[in-house]
Write a protein that binds this ligand. Structure first.
Ligand code: PEP
Ligand code: MN
Length: 296
């Protein structure tokens, strides 16, 4: 029987540990490489609300140099009465908006029954904090050949987080990216507490790339840029950031959404911080929107 004192027992081969792949894992999300020397930024709304909203945000984040477009379609809301996401129609909207700007797209999968539709539309499958230990979902995602972004549960230890990733690797999916999005502590001044030490620790303990989500970690727009820069300095491989063209009208998480102007400011401020720690910003992948024919 396996000892239970340490879940990642040194006598059990753990695929997630750095010793399994000392040079580190690089995950290709379309043309975007996560986990290499370059820092990657995924940005977009918390939720896809309409085609016009998705297009407006996609255009803004692409113009500012984002590498991936995020947008929730199935939303895991605390209240059953809150906006639950557009569902399947939202998937086509997200894919179309990403495609128009050459940005691969990220969306959360809540349950295995959504996987078939999502595989056709999404380049990076997000497992949310509330699902980090949904083992049936992790097992199913272990079998797909699509990268997975595994968020840390808000009450999960680093060890539990790494073991959740182990389910994916054990299932045969090696394309795994971790995401620190803040944990619940006694502090209530911020939505969560951003555990940046866990980022530095996980980079040492595991070969998997790590993103930081400063939006859910703080819940406050004015804290997103400082924590994003701190994440870059702490050795994260990239960011997952919420952006909305009209945060005050957002159906979800407007209080933490950056405006396009603030997002552009973040993108300008990242390179010098990355330079200071020997990294660079990933090259731009977006393509300019097609020039529309002007009617006479
Ligand atoms: C999200 O990314 O919109 C989200 C729901 O995040 P989390 O699972 O970290 O709360
Ligand atoms: Mn959100």
């Amino acid at each position: 029987m396996r000892p239970t004192s340490s879940a990642i027992d040194p006598s059990v081969p753990a695929r997630v540990l750095r010793s399994a792949r000392p040079s580190g894992t690089r995950v290709a999300v379309g043309p975007v490489e996560v986990g290499g020397p370059a820092f990657v930024v995924a940005a977009g709304p918390c939720a896809i609300e309409s085609a016009a909203q998705a297009e407006g945000v996609a255009e803004a984040v692409a113009a500012a140099g984002a590498h991936l477009l995020r947008g929730g379609v199935y939303k895991p809301r605390t209240s059953p009465y809150a906006f639950q996401g557009l569902g399947e129609p939202g998937l086509s909207i997200l894919k179309r908006s990403g495609g128009r700007h050459g940005l691969p797209v990220v969306a959360e999968v809540l349950e295995t029954s959504q996987l078939a539709a999502m595989i056709d539309h999404v380049d990076l499958l997000q497992v949310g904090a509330r699902n980090m230990q949904n083992f049936a979902l992790l097992r199913a995602l272990g079998k797909v050949r699509r990268p997975v972004l595994l968020k840390r549960g808000f009450a999960a230890t680093v060890e539990e987080w790494l073991l959740a990733a182990e389910y994916l690797l054990d299932g045969g999916n090696t394309q795994v990216i971790l995401c620190e999005r803040g944990i619940r502590t006694f502090e209530t001044a911020t939505r969560n507490t951003l555990d940046l030490a866990s980022v530095a620790l996980v980079k040492q303990r595991s070969h998997l790339p790590v993103l930081v989500d400063p939006s859910h970690a703080t819940g406050m727009r004015e804290l997103v840029i400082p924590m994003a820069l701190a994440a870059a300095a702490a050795g994260a491989d990239g960011l997952l950031v919420e952006v909305h063209t009209k945060p005050e009208e957002a159906l979800c998480d407007g209080r933490q959404a950056l405006t396009p102007e603030l997002f552009a400011d973040l993108m300008h401020r990242l390179p010098p911080v990355l330079h200071a720690v020997g990294r660079t910003l990933h090259p731009v992948v977006s393509t300019r929107p097609a020039v529309r024919a002007v009617s006479p």
